[in-house]
Design a protein around this ligand. Structure first.
Ligand SMILES: [Zn+2]
Length: 497
């Protein structure tokens, strides 16, 4: 990171080039065009077993032009930011659109949006790009050392962070001019133990990948990685000799917030992507059981289950002022009191349903087309109090914490999840630790069995920086507010036929 990101609205020459590209696209016959300039700076660092394992730094700048010609889409992109290249890329996008038009089924139609001029910058208390590398690294080294000091027999300890900044300028042939700068920070620690034919892992604050938020370095500091390191180390070692989780039974399950978050991502966030539901994004991502005929009528969960689509949630990885089509951030319901009521939409898919877009189109950098991506899809808090209150209210069951594995079918209907650790619940108390807990379910039946969600004090906007979708594959950053939640009559363990 040798140079600072441009200040919001600081795109100068790029704006002129963008207007030139839009002019070229129009001249070549585009009925609509937009251009996005994106500068992305990322640094990933990882400490393993007490030493710096690797540092990756990326600083990329480029632009992409999207155009509709003869009713079909074309796209082209380039890292060469010059006037001649703006002309070439814009002309190529139109040419691709004309070629695509030969095989199109229906002409592209866009739901209307009011074009605006705007700038926006996500709030940052402590700019991670302004710190020294040594100061960032010191946190990882201390957290890693604290795990090894607590449990010297751990096979592997890891500590990692990512700092991420994207500045983008969006211009459209309809007149939009939107500059945004988004900063994220992510972090994690993990401990791996091996023995007696078992391999166990514990990670914090979330599963394998990072926990990430739309914050500065204050996000890495809020988790107290060093203070939690001894507990994570102890749990990783204790799992080696813990009792295996009971198998092949139905019981009550309480999921931690970081597991509920992933459950929301996989079983609600993906199936409400309208491109999937319309069958236009089957490649890579799959389809959805939430087909348009079920909108407003399908009972997705119990009355305790309400899920928001909200791109305004402070700190969420799906928070912005405008999406990559220039549609403003919005708040709405995906599931209201258990009923399925809303999709994640683009301008084109919204038009297919006769609706306005709720602004969920985002691209992975300048070289890719925007796709419908989860913004912040969140399970709303309930009234069950703290996690301790919820456990105290549960006679018998299993508490499961932090994802270890998952699988879910293409339609997002049948799933199996495993968590890193669990505890039996007896008489309103967490008792024995159990290893390798797993549960299976059918999405509407599972959410239909949710009878309690913890209150606001337990609710947190988790961030997943590794959501895959599309061909060629794109990595998306999505946010999921969640609190611990209780599910009744859940199938636990490997089900014997
Ligand atoms: Zn995903």
């Amino acid at each position: 990171m040798h140079s600072a990101a441009p200040a919001t609205g600081a795109f100068g020459s790029e704006r002129d080039l963008g207007r030139r590209a839009l002019d070229t696209a129009r001249t070549r016959g585009a009925s609509y065009a937009d251009v996005r300039f994106v500068r992305r700076e990322v640094e990933d660092a990882q400490v393993k077993n007490g030493a710096l394992e690797n540092v990756d730094r990326v600083d990329s700048l480029g632009f992409g032009v999207r155009a509709i010609a003869d009713g079909a889409w074309g796209f082209a992109a380039s890292p060469v930011v010059t006037g001649a290249e703006a002309d070439r890329v814009a002309a190529l996008a139109v040419e691709v659109a004309r070629a695509s038009a030969l095989t199109k089924r229906d002409a592209a139609r866009l739901a209307p949006v009011q074009p605006v001029t705007a700038t926006w910058r996500s709030p940052v208390a402590k700019d991670p790009f302004a710190m020294s590398f040594d100061d960032r690294l010191a946190l990882l080294l201390r957290a890693d050392a604290a795990m090894r000091a607590q449990q010297p027999k751990l096979r592997t300890t890891r500590a990692a962070y990512e700092i991420w900044r994207e500045s983008k300028l969006f211009l459209s042939s309809e007149g939009a001019d939107i500059a945004q700068t988004i900063t994220e920070t992510g972090c994690s620690i993990s401990a791996e133990s091996v023995g007696d034919g078992e391999q166990q892992v514990r990670s914090y604050p979330a599963s394998g990948g990072r926990s990430q938020g739309q914050f500065g370095w204050e996000f890495a500091e809020r988790w107290d990685l060093v203070g939690n390191a001894p507990r994570i180390a102890d749990e990783a070692m204790a799992l080696l000799t813990a009792t295996p989780c009971p198998q092949d039974l139905r019981t009550t399950v309480i999921l931690s917030g970081n597991q509920t978050m992933l459950q929301v991502h996989e079983s609600c966030g993906h199936p409400i992507e309208l491109d999937r539901a319309l069958g236009t994004e089957a490649a890579f991502a799959g389809t959805s059981f939430l087909t348009p005929d079920t909108l407003g009528s399908l009972r997705y969960g119990s009355e305790a289950v309400s899920m928001r689509i909200d791109s305004t949630t402070p700190g969420g990885l799906g928070t912005f002022a405008y999406d990559d089509e220039g549609v403003p951030a919005s708040e709405g319901w995906a599931v209201k009191d258990g009923l399925f009521v809303g999709y994640l939409m683009s301008r084109e898919t919204a038009a297919a349903l006769g609706k306005a877009s709720n602004g969920t189109m985002r691209a992975d950098g300048w070289a890719r087309l925007p796709l419908i991506r989860m913004t912040n899809v969140s399970l709303m808090p309930g009234a069950a109090g703290t996690l301790a209150d919820l456990v105290a209210d549960t006679d018998e069951g299993i508490y499961m914490d932090t994802n270890r594995s998952w699988s879910i079918d293409d339609r997002r209907f049948n799933f199996q999840f495993g968590t890193q650790i669990g505890w039996l619940i007896k008489g309103g108390k967490l008792t024995e630790m159990v290893r390798n807990p797993t549960y299976t379910g059918i999405t509407p039946e599972f959410w239909g069995s949710c009878d309690a969600v913890c209150s606001d004090s337990e609710w947190f906007i988790w961030g997943t920086p590794n959501c895959g979708k599309g061909q060629p594959s794109q990595v998306g950053h999505t946010g999921h507010g969640a609190a611990p939640a209780r599910f009744r009559n859940v199938r636990v363990g490997v089900i014997r036929a």
